[in-house]
Ligand binder design. Structure first.
Ligand SMILES: Nc1ncnc2c1ncn2[C@@H]1O[C@H](COP(=O)(O)OP(=O)(O)O)[C@@H](O)[C@H]1O
Ligand SMILES: [Mg+2]
Length: 237
């Protein structure tokens, strides 16, 4: 993380509605360049909606989204991806009938940011995937599918990676592999916005944090200011 540098992502006073129902109310959030921001909060408070809005899959009704110094609020998702944004949705979608290797190659061929080595570079982060390259993605365990989903995002050589609950429903041994991979990516300078309910995992990785409750950011800042007891209270059902 570069202290004092402009943030790679700034979300400023963003509001989002599904039809008549507003779910995001004036949310502002920064991801430091080369840093990891962890977004936490109970189910249904709007974390996934906020990520989808950053990617451009949901329109912001008002507010501004700035990515690497450019206002992308009204830009199409593919244009944001071209600027260096990558998104791993909750649920880790892949093409179920394509193999692990084919899933990576499809992304490499479609992305303007990929190069001859980017599939190989993505696989280096996830040794487990190398052992199952020819397996159809529909036959992976939850942990393998999550690793494939992150690897697919990395093939586009992003500057900022959005991860939506990468540990959800995954066995502990693979959670540690995913944590190691995220930690290595961060050390190599990739900025990450991580949505995570598993607080211990989040704190070990984060530089900054934000807590969301019913569409608003209710606490946040440098991870040094993180108070576990207060956060547990905000996240209690
Ligand atoms: N496609 C949708 N259409 C209408 N309402 C939605 C849609 N997706 C999510 N919601 C609602 O928006 C709110 C925020 O959901 P979500 O962003 O998925 O929360 P989180 O990721 O924090 O669990 C919830 O009340 C949810 O029911
Ligand atoms: Mg969600």
């Amino acid at each position: 993380m570069t202290p004092g540098a402009a943030p790679i992502l700034s979300v400023d006073s963003v509001e989002v509605s599904y039809g008549p129902t507003q779910v995001i109310f004036g949310v502002s959030l920064d991801v430091p360049t080369g840093g990891l921001c962890c977004l936490m909060g109970r189910n249904g408070v709007g974390k996934s909606t906020l990520l989808q809005t950053i990617v451009g899959l949901q329109p912001a009704r008002s507010g501004t989204i700035t990515l690497a110094g450019q206002d992308v609020t009204r830009r199409a998702p593919y244009d944001r991806v071209k600027q260096g944004l990558a998104y791993v949705p909750q649920g880790r979608e892949a093409f179920p009938y394509l193999t692990v290797h084919e899933n990576l190659r499809v992304v490499a061929e479609a992305s303007a940011r990929s190069d001859a080595d980017s599939v190989e570079a993505a696989l280096e982060r996830f040794p487990r995937l190398r052992r199952i390259l020819d397996r159809p993605a529909g036959f992976l365990s939850g942990g393998e599918a999550q690793q494939l989903a992150i690897a697919r995002a990395l093939v586009t050589r992003p500057k900022l990676l959005l991860l939506d609950e990468p540990t959800e429903g995954i066995q502990p041994s693979i959670i540690l592999e995913i944590e190691d991979a995220i930690s290595d990516l961060k050390h190599d300078g990739l900025a990450i916005l991580l949505v995570e309910q598993y607080v211990d995992f989040a704190i070990r990785l984060a530089d900054t944090y934000a807590i969301m409750d019913v569409g608003r950011i209710v606490a946040g800042g440098d991870i040094a200011t993180f108070e576990a007891a207060r956060v547990q209270e905000l996240m209690a059902v």
